[in-house]
Design a protein around this ligand. Structure first.
Ligand code: FE
Length: 182
């Protein structure tokens, strides 16, 4: 396996026990559930990989698991990007980069979406800049990979089920290795 991919997998397997913000799952459970939803929906290997690694940035900062409770936006969607870009195409990295903006977009365009968010996700939304204005929403949806980011976001919100059985990290690592280019 490519050395950088080994490092990323190692980070998930050694630090993935951290709680996922205020949710009832760990970071690793969240990543595996998100990738499982993508695979079950017949998504591309790039999208499955994006789902697996979309929150990697949460494992790269030292502000602690309760960072949002302390009113800090860790800007986690950007923290792992350099690393991920050394390994993957924009098909993988752009949905990750845009997955927080996707939440801001969905809240602006779908009235029921905000209510469907978990309390932790509603709280972090404010720190992340809040609901998009009409102008911001228009700009977002015209970006390349905006649709993929919206799809990732929807699986992201569903991937918070306590004690759900999923395929293993090894299973998804094999899929990621196939689309790794760096
Ligand atoms: Fe997430």
């Amino acid at each position: 396996m490519k050395p950088n991919l080994s490092k990323i997998i190692n980070l998930l397997s050694t630090q993935g026990h951290q709680q996922y913000g205020g949710e009832a799952v760990t970071q690793l459970e969240h990543a595996l559930q998100c990738a499982t939803l993508a695979e079950a929906a017949g998504a591309s290997e790039e999208m499955i990989t994006a789902c697996l690694f979309h929150d990697l940035g949460h494992l790269l900062h030292n502000w602690g698991e309760d960072v949002a409770d302390r009113g800090i936006d860790s800007r986690h969607e950007y923290l792992a990007l350099g690393w991920l870009r050394s390994l993957f195409s924009p098909q993988v990295t752009e949905p990750i980069r845009l997955h927080v903006e996707a939440k801001r977009y969905l809240c602006a365009t779908d009235l029921s979406y905000y209510d469907s968010l978990s309390p932790a996700s509603q709280q972090s939304l404010e720190l992340q800049g809040g609901i998009f204005s009409t102008k911001e929403a228009k700009e977002f949806i015209n970006l390349s990979f905006a649709e993929d980011a919206l799809q990732l976001r929807k699986w992201d919100e569903q991937a918070k089920v306590p004690n759900l059985q999923t395929p293993t990290l090894t299973h998804f690592m094999q899929i990621s290795a196939k689309v790794a280019t760096g």
